[in-house]
Design a protein around this ligand. Structure first.
Ligand code: ME8
Length: 504
């Protein structure tokens, strides 16, 4: 059985509208999935986290039942991901019976094994982050993550014996120094483990919007419920063959604020179930505005539909991946997006495409000249392999920089060889050779950039007269191919028209 590449995003709280932060993680996962599909089978999971007090409160404020509220909001998330050309294979909702069933099975399994026990929970709770906090972790009496007020809870809850797993977790971290990235988050998690772990409450009794505990006595705590989506979606305890085709996950992407849930609690739960920890958890940085993390209720959330409309979804995808290494925070502004769009996409790539295709129209009626040697491209023959391995290693900026080496070299070849002069001087075979190499260069660029800018690159592919079904196919095959002589190209409008921002 061939193991598939399995990539996940967090499942997003459906307590409000999605914002650009949610697009970020989901686009990163999409780029990974699209790249992995050029190598073999891949499965990409995203979805929505629909239980918990925060969602129940949002529904109540809108005068709806929680289920009505979730059903009304899910289409917005799906539309958004469609607008950004996201090709998830499955969209899980935690209110689906396929998921609830697994949550209950997990609880029963842990109870049978003695991994959970009934105890008294007394402590502080942040509804916004749906997180319990030790008194010692509060900052001036408030939630250390979001700064909001916390509430005192005192209830009889089920606890998962997390503390028991601390030594095994430390051992796992030491034996697999790259399983949590970036290093800053890895170190932070090791420090937490070294402090020792408290057992983890996994049920709630003070409200009822959640998966009912088998046998009654409350609902499953939303975080415990939510983490299980990663295995319920692929058939844990229902379809073993399917489950083992995907698990352990290749990459689990999360924002750094939820690294603790994914790198400490999650592997321990998996081990309690007899399953392996994921191969990699990557805790990426935050998109900020004026130094503050963009969030649903911080009042600075940017409407991602409007952004896709204003700049083009592919341009936004490019910006998100190019602007900062995945583990770092970066600030967002329309000026920065416009600048990247105009310089990298409009000037460098867009001009290369437009100049090549318009010269081909002018000098050769749009027909690709006879195939010939491609010495310039040969010098960059390692670029596809470098780009693919950088993409799969989540080094997106490196992958784009490597691709731009080719863009720059091709632009330089036009400046140096001056096709307009070759034409005037009647040096037909030199002109043919240059135009052929430029066309072949564009074909490779479309292939390399397709995971990042799927819609624009599909357009470029069509303009090059190539068959669309081949784009996104096996890179090893595509790299060995050449654009065929006699292919009819079309010029079309500029791929990345210049964006002028309205002065504010
Ligand atoms: O935490 N910058 O859901 P959530 C970058 N339901 N990424 C951001 C971001 C920002 N400013 N804001 C949000 C939850 N994100 C839980 C997860 S998983 C079992 C349960 C992204 O709606 C980032 O991936 O608060 C972050 O971790 C996630 O959205 C949080 O989404």
């Amino acid at each position: 059985m061939q193991r598939a590449y399995y990539v996940t995003t967090p499942i997003y709280y459906i307590s409000g509208n999605p914002h650009i932060g949610h697009v970020y993680t989901t686009v990163v996962a999409d780029v990974l999935a699209r790249t992995a599909r050029t190598v073999g089978p891949a499965f990409f999971l995203t979805g929505t986290d629909e239980h918990g007090q925060k969602v129940a409160n949002a529904a109540a404020a809108a005068g709806m039942s929680p289920q009505e509220w979730c059903d009304a909001l899910v289409p917005r998330w799906k539309l958004l991901f469609d607008a950004y050309h996201v090709t998830y294979d499955d969209f899980i909702r935690t209110t689906q019976p396929r998921h609830e069933h697994v949550v209950q099975r997990v609880f029963e399994r842990l109870r049978e094994r003695g991994d959970v026990y009934l105890g008294k929970y007394q402590g502080w709770y942040c509804v916004y982050d749906e997180t319990f906090w030790l008194e010692s972790k509060l900052v001036e009496g408030r939630c250390p993550t979001c700064g909001r007020d916390v509430q005192w809870l005192s209830e009889d809850d089920w606890f998962f014996r997390l503390s028991m797993y601390a030594p095994r977790l430390l051992e796992h971290f030491r034996a697999h120094p790259d399983w949590v990235r970036p290093k800053s988050v890895y170190n932070e998690m090791v420090a937490l483990l070294e402090e020792g772990l408290e057992d983890f409450s996994i049920s709630r009794t003070n409200f009822d919007w959640g998966v009912p505990l088998p046998g009654g006595g409350g609902v499953v705590y939303v975080w415990f419920d939510a983490l299980l989506n990663y295995i319920s979606a692929i058939g844990w305890s229902v379809d073993d063959e399917r489950f083992h085709r995907y698990w352990p996950a290749s990459v689990q992407l999360v924002g750094k604020e939820i690294a603790r849930f994914h790198t400490i609690i999650w592997p321990a739960v998996l081990w309690a179930l007899g399953e392996a920890a994921p191969e990699l958890v990557f805790a990426h940085g935050w998109i900020t505005v004026e130094g503050q993390k963009i969030g649903k209720s911080l009042g600075n959330a940017v409407d991602p539909f409007a952004l896709a409309h204003q700049f083009g979804a592919d341009s936004l995808r490019y910006f998100l991946l190019r602007e900062a290494p995945l583990g770092s925070d970066f600030s967002y502004s329309e000026e920065k997006i416009a600048q990247r769009h105009n310089s990298d996409l409009g000037n460098d790539l867009g001009n290369l495409v437009h100049r090549t295709l318009s010269m081909l129209q002018r000098y050769r009626d749009g027909i690709v000249p006879p195939a010939c040697a491609t010495p310039l491209l040969d010098r960059f023959s390692d670029v596809p392999a470098r780009v693919r391995s950088a993409l799969l290693d989540l080094l997106f900026r490196d992958a784009l920089e490597a691709t731009w080496e080719l863009v720059t070299a091709l632009n330089r070849a036009i400046e140096e060889h001056k096709p307009w002069a070759l034409y005037k001087e009647g040096r037909a075979s030199e002109l043919d050779a240059l135009l052929y190499e430029l066309c072949e260069g564009l074909r490779r660029l479309a292939m390399l950039l397709h995971p990042v800018m799927p819609e624009r690159m599909a357009q470029l592919w069509r303009r090059l007269g190539l068959e669309e079904r081949h784009l996104g196919g096996d890179w090893d095959v595509l790299v060995d191919e050449r654009i065929a002589a006699g292919t009819r190209t079309t010029l079309g409008e500029p791929l990345f028209p210049r964006i002028e921002l309205e002065p504010t």
